[in-house]
Each structure stands twice: as C-alpha cells, then as structure tokens.
Design a protein around this ligand. Structure first.
Ligand code: GLA
Ligand code: ZN
Length: 685
C-alpha cells in the first residue's frame, strides 16, 4: 500500500527551494533582477517580511503594504511562492519608545534598551495586541493571494523575560499547575530545604542571580513556564491566521538542539516542523562525525511529528559569517548537505539568505546572490544545480521512514541534568551522550527516531535510553510495557533518578519500577577525573559474543545484578569485577543496562551485535565505508536510498548483485558504487 504525507501545501506538490528574501532592504529596481535570478537559480519559494515591521507599519496604526503587494505579485507572476512571515521577531523603534513594557527584563531585573531582535516580552498585552493586529492585517490582505503558500511565524523564538507582567503570569501558571495549593508547590520544590517555604504566592519570583538561582523545582518550572508562554505568544500570533487562512500551513523556525525551548512540545502546535541548520563544516577535523550530528538533528525534527516531513527553513549556500571560523563550503558540500536534509525527511531546501545585504551584521553572510550582483559565481551555480536536482525529486515528496530504533532525547530531562549538582560540572554532556548512542546506527545506515519522553514506543524493536535522569509520569510504565511485550531496551547509568519535579526516587534506582525491568540496583555513582579511565571487560562466553576490552570514562554506576545476567565487568579500581553491562529477561523482551560511559569501540560492537540479532531495518544491505551513511525514505512501495559520502576523498560502496535506478542520472546502478569526495547518490528500489 502506498502511504505518503500530503505535500506541505497541496497547492504546490514539489520541493520548495529558496530562502530569506529581504526586498525591504533594497530599492525596487533590484526586485525585477531578483526575479530573473530566482528563475536561473531554480528557486520557487521566498521567505518574505521576516524583519519588515518598520516598513509595514512605519508609524503606529498606519500600515503600508504597497511594497509587499508588489513583491507578492512579482513572485506570483514569476511562478514562485511566498513563505510569508509575521514580523514579531523585531520591533519598530517607535513601538519600544511608546510602550517600553514590550522590552525584555533580564534575570538581574534590568530592562533592556531598544535594539537587536528577539528582545520582546512574551506576556506584554500591548505587544500581543500589536503583533496580532499586524498579523490580522497581513492575513486579510493576502488571504487570497496566489503567492501565499506557508506562514512563517516570527523567527527563531527564544529567550525569557522577568518583568512584573511575566512574574504575575508565572504565578498564575504555578497556581494552575498546583491547583491553587501552595502546599503542593512547597512539597514539589522541597522548599523545607534552607527554609525556603513559601507562605504567599507573591513571594515567588523567577530565578535570578541576585535572588534564588538554585532551587531546582523553581528553575525547572520557570523553564516550563517560559516555554509555555512562548507557545502561548505564538498561539496569539496565529489566531487571525487560523481564522482567515485555515488552509495555509503554519510553521515557526526551530533551532536544532537549542536548549531554551522544548521543541517536541512546541511542535504539537505547528502544522509542519521547520528548522535552521548551520553546521561548521570543514572546521572540526571530521566532517563525517559532524554530519552524523546533523543527521541526528534532522531525525529529531522528523520524529517530532511522528515521521511527517519537515522543512529545512534556513541553511547557508556558502558560509556563515557569525561562526568562529566562517569557512566556505568545499565543492560538493552544498549539494551533499542539502540532500542530507532531504534524506532524513525534509521536503524543502531553503537558505539564509537570497541576496547578501549591503550593510549591518549580515553583510558577509553567505547568500545566493553576492554583492557582485550577477549569476556568474560558484555559489550561484551550486544553488542552481541543486534546484535542478530537487525538480527531479517529486516522487520523494511526502515519503518518510519507520525506523526500528528510537533514542530518547528529552528537553526537560536536559534542563534538569544541566541544573543538578552532581556528576561534576563540565562533563554531563547529555546531548553528546545521546548522539554517541546514535552514531553506531548512522555508520550502518540504520534509520533512527529521536523521541521525547511523551512519545509512544510500542512500534519499535529497540529503544535506547541514555542518561534519562528524570522520568516523567507514564514513561516508566511505557518502557515496562514495551519490554514486557518483546521489545529490547538499553538503559544507561544515571537513569531513573528523579521524578518530574526533580525529586529523587526512594527505594533504589532506577526508580518507578524500572529496577525490576532491568534486574539491577544502582547503588551509587562514581565520577572520576577527566584523565582517568577504567576498563570494561566482556565476560568470557557472554551471550552477545562481545570480546576484547573497552575503555570507559567519567561515570560508573556501581550496580548489583538482581536477576540480570552479567555480560561485562569493570577492570580496575575498587569496583573491579563489579557488573558493567547486564541483561535481564522481562516478559517477552530483554533489558540491557550499561553502567559506564564507554568508548566508541564498545558502542560499535555492542550495538552492532544488537543490530544483527534484532535484524534492524537498514537503508541498504551493504557494508558502508567510514564516513559514508545511507538513509531511507519510502512510501511503503518505492524506496529512496540516499547514499552520502562525507569524506573529503572518494569512497566506494559495493551494492553487490542488487540493481537500483539512480534518481539523479536515471541510469541503472549495480555492483560497486563510486562516490566522489562529498558525493551523494539517490537510489530508487
Ligand atoms: C538565524 C536567523 C536568520 C539569520 C541567520 C544567519 O538562523 O534566523 O535571520 O540571522 O541566523 O545565519
Ligand atoms: Zn515580560
């Protein structure tokens, strides 16, 4: 059966290719030239109006849409579409001047001056009213415009505000959460510690370096509140759009692993997920390792809506000026990194920026059209070639992947881990640890979903739980049912320690019944110095067939096997001989516990064995050389396999006797597949 998601907007069932377009920065004479170049670049979608508020409403209440009318008309006349933005990301100066309440107050309680962007209070009634009013005017004006394809809400929402309005909103949020019962809040935050007991809601203040910075429950709820308040601000923004343009999808551009917002929660409120991707290519010593991290984030973006294709809203066509080393993309990398997004589920390739601005902070940021102003540049050629490729990829639109493997990455867990005082200061490395568990699958071309604690997991064969310190309600129950019904679980050290309020589980870790599922008790955890190492030694004849020895660092859970079988033990220190890796049969499934932070060799062998045993879905039944991955998209019948070489040197993948059709050349492909440096092939099977 053929199963596809509909295109992002069914009015345009093709890949979107284009970028942030700021005609408001340029005289009108340039616009006609933009249209000519846009066609030459094989672009079809432009994000307009993102920071154009000052031009759209030059003085309070006086809108000037005349220029945007002409831009929208030009796009439509030239067969292109607008990803039309709401302008709340940056305010006009008159607005800050007249209504200082719209400006943010920092945690030290000082109010910011007008300036930069993303500098507004999410609570301010005036700001909410002004943004909603201009959004309504935009929607009224363009609701029937043929160019309107997608709404781009604000830009990269981020940050928090500590003004009095926000303090009041926070207290209301808390009252709702704790049923108006201050005692409940005091218990959840364990305020009996250091005499922190609150006796009046008005005593509660947001975390502050000049006040209360280390009450974990407060910090956690403040982050949750700020997240919810941002979503609420977004909902206020889109209200007129929902009313006037119910068929135009709404998105807001996320920022990958940005810590400040709980994206999986936010994602529930957008029609399509989109994100901005700026890897520091060619500067880390290994592009393929960096590529694996980028793949991980793409997968995370796809997973937030259960596999629904997403949008690569921003990427650079050449370099990114604000990075420490703004290196140019080497030949091949533009095509490769753009198709990498597609490989993981993006139905668009979009850029920041279309035309390099002439002044201010982003005048040296990569763009499709450089200051020289014509199309005869290396970057323009790369973009145009990519556009031609995307045109051939219509069959890929709406396809997805249903991996056998899921890895947890949970934002609230991350907040709690980063805030706790344990495991030393600089080496908690939660997200890096999660990615280290993803890498062995990337190397083998095994698709992976990256999920939050709230996700359903019954559809997977293997669920990996690295450092899941905080177990929110329902998670332990879902994990338990998953293993009981035949699933394979891998859980690591420093998991199952606290509940959703950051209160420790009593009665032995991992808490909430997981001790029984894993058949172990985690008695205490040792943190060693960055230089120290220990050994993980497979037990001779262990059932997984692990051999040799591995290196471990940082953290060591001193566990007791309570029914679990010991597959490896520690080699050194006072816990030499104690279990380092265990497996427990629980119901029809198996639960592994990894007690230490292990090296890549361990990850490769351990997950390699599991991948074989569980016969996990692979994109391609072939050995992949180092630095090469394969990723899959399918509609249930047609399979599109993206084979990508992130090495600066050629690589070969042996396809054996199987025969595929290249979606890029139309030729049939079999036997050894040669990939140039930074080369990519799309095989159809
Ligand atoms: C972010 C913003 C863009 C632009 C780019 C530059 O992603 O959304 O407006 O500033 O960075 O890389
Ligand atoms: Zn505020």
């Amino acid at each position: 059966m053929i199963q596809r998601y509909p295109p992002i907007n069914p009015r345009f069932p093709h890949f979107l290719h284009g970028g942030d377009y700021n005609p408001d920065q340029w005289p009108e004479e340039v616009w006609a030239e933009d249209m000519r170049l846009m066609k030459l670049a094989n672009c079809n979608a432009m994000s307009v109006g993102i920071f154009a508020w000052a031009r759209l409403e030059p003085e309070e209440g006086r809108y000037d849409f005349s220029w945007l009318d002409r831009v929208m008309d030009l796009l439509a006349e030239n067969g292109a579409y607008a990803v039309l933005a709401t302008p709340s990301g940056a305010r006009p100066a008159w607005l800050s001047q007249k209504y200082p309440e719209v400006l943010r107050v920092r945690s030290d309680r000082g109010r910011n001056l007008h300036g930069i962007r993303h500098n507004h209070c999410m609570t301010s009634p005036v700001y909410r009213q002004k943004t909603q009013a201009i959004n309504r005017a935009l929607a009224e004006r363009y609701k029937d415009h043929p160019a309107l394809l997608v709404w781009h809400i604000s830009n990269e929402y981020n940050g928090e505000c500590h003004c009095d309005l926000c303090q009041a909103a926070f207290r209301n949020w808390l009252k709702k959460k704790y049923d108006n019962d201050l005692d409940k809040l005091n218990k959840a935050w364990w305020t009996s510690f250091w005499s922190h007991t609150y006796t009046d809601w008005e005593q509660i203040e947001s975390p502050s370096p000049i006040g209360e910075p280390i009450l974990h429950g407060l910090n956690l709820d403040w982050k949750r509140y700020s997240n919810d308040q941002t979503i609420d601000f977004f909902l206020n923004e889109i209200q007129p759009l929902r009313e006037l343009t119910p068929n135009v999808p709404v998105t807001t551009n996320f920022m990958g692993l940005f810590p400040g917002l709980n994206y999986p929660k936010f994602a529930q409120y957008v029609d399509v997920v989109s994100w901005d991707n700026y890897p520091v290519w060619h500067t880390t010593g290994s592009d393929w390792r960096l590529a694996a991290q980028v793949s991980f984030i793409h997968d995370q973006n796809r997973s937030m809506k259960g596999g629904k294709p997403f949008m690569l809203m921003e990427s650079t066509p050449s370099n990114t000026n604000w990075q420490p080393i703004p290196k140019l993309k080497r030949p091949g990398m533009h095509k490769l990194s753009s198709l990498q997004a597609v490989a993981h589920g993006s139905d668009t390739v979009q850029y920041f920026q279309w035309r390099k601005s002439r002044g201010s902070a982003e005048k040296f940021h990569g763009a499709v059209v450089d200051h020289v102003g014509h199309e005869h540049t290396r970057v323009f050629k790369d973009v145009s070639e990519l556009g031609a490729i995307l045109r051939q990829l219509d069959p890929v639109i709406g396809t997805t992947v249903h991996p056998d493997v899921a890895i947890y990455l949970d934002w609230e867990n991350r907040w709690a881990i980063e805030d706790m005082q344990a495991l030393g200061r600089d080496r908690r490395n939660y997200t890096d640890t999660v990615i280290a568990h993803y890498l062995p699958f990337w190397k083998r071309g095994i698709p992976v979903d990256v999920i939050a604690e709230e996700a359903e997991i019954s559809q997977y064969k293997l669920v990996i739980v690295p450092m899941l310190y905080m177990l929110k309600p329902g998670v332990a129950e879902r994990i338990r049912a998953f293993v009981k019904n035949g699933g394979t679980l891998v859980m690591t050290y420093w998991s199952g320690i606290v509940d959703e309020n950051d209160l420790c589980f009593l009665g032995g870790w991992p808490g909430n019944g997981l001790r029984e599922v894993l058949g172990i008790w985690d008695e205490e955890t040792d943190t060693i110095t960055p230089e120290e190492r220990n050994r993980v030694l497979p037990v001779p004849g262990n059932e997984l067939g692990l051999s040799g020895g591995f290196e471990a660092r940082d953290y060591f859970a001193l566990i007791h096997a309570e029914g679990a079988r010991v597959l490896a033990t520690f080699g050194n220190d006072f816990y030499a001989g104690r279990p380092a890796l265990t497996v427990n049969d629980f119901g029809k499934g198996q639960a592994y516990y990894v007690a230490s932070r292990n090296d890549e060799a361990f990850m490769d062998s351990f997950f390699g064995k599991l991948a074989e045993r569980l016969d996990l879905l692979r994109a391609l039944p072939a050995e992949l050389p180092e630095g090469v991955t394969a990723q899959l998209r399918s509609d249930g019948q047609n399979r599109f396999i993206f084979v990508m070489n992130f090495n600066p040197a050629p690589a070969t993948v042996d396809l054996g006797a199987a025969s595929y059709r290249s979606l890029l050349s139309g030729q049939s492909v079999t036997g050894p597949l040669g990939l140039p440096a930074y080369g990519v092939e799309i095989l159809q099977a």
